[in-house]
Design a protein around this ligand. Structure first.
Ligand code: GNR
Ligand code: NI
Length: 169
């Protein structure tokens, strides 16, 4: 297990579209475990492989209050959406310090493989639905800030670049 470095917006690697995993082998399981350790260490509720610079379709989530319900999904996809759009206050470990409201389908069905390579289908709503959509977006090179106004995106980008300059100085 290892805690990996999380890339920060506007790192261009966050825009990579991740490649599907061909088969769940030990290497993929190791990646999932490292993502979970990194997510817990950073106190996030989700993490996508793209965020640690690995362009493969693997995500992890844990939306439990007790932080004891790890879920690793390989090649996850939104198979169906139901209901209305729901607004959710989102944040992202790759865009630290930014919290903004995003509107997404409130109920979804996800299809994926689990850590053992078994096909799984799961219905999600609430925090889990928002988090899973946020993570799958990462696998397609999308960030939650992409849903905000151009003005807000410009402000966020400028602030991030300034923070990076200050961190280097
Ligand atoms: O920790 C996280 N919190 C969060 C809150 C609302 C919607 C999505 C998220 S995911 C985020 C961790 C992260 O950046 N995952 O990619
Ligand atoms: Ni994120």
């Amino acid at each position: 297990m290892a805690v990996l470095d999380i890339l920060h917006h506007p790192d261009p690697r966050l825009r990579n579209v991740a490649f599907p995993v061909e088969a769940v082998d030990d290497e993929v399981r190791q990646l999932a475990d490292d993502l979970l350790e990194t997510m817990y260490s950073a106190r996030g509720i989700g993490l996508a492989a793209v965020q640690v610079g690995i362009a493969r379709r693997v995500i992890v989530v844990d939306v439990s209050r007790e932080r004891n319900a790890p879920l690793a999904l390989v090649n996850p996809r939104v198979a169906a959406v139901h209901g209305e759009e729901a607004e959710f206050e989102e944040g992202c470990l790759s865009v630290p310090g930014v919290y903004e409201t995003v509107s997404r389908p409130e109920r979804i069905r996800i299809e994926a493989w689990d850590r053992d390579g078994n096909a799984v289908s799961m219905d999600a709503e609430g925090t889990l639905a928002a988090c899973l959509q946020h993570e799958i977006d990462h696998l397609d090179g999308r960030l939650f800030v992409d849903y905000l106004s151009r003005l807000k995106q410009q402000r966020i980008r400028k602030r991030a670049l300034k923070q990076q300059r200050e961190a280097l100085a």
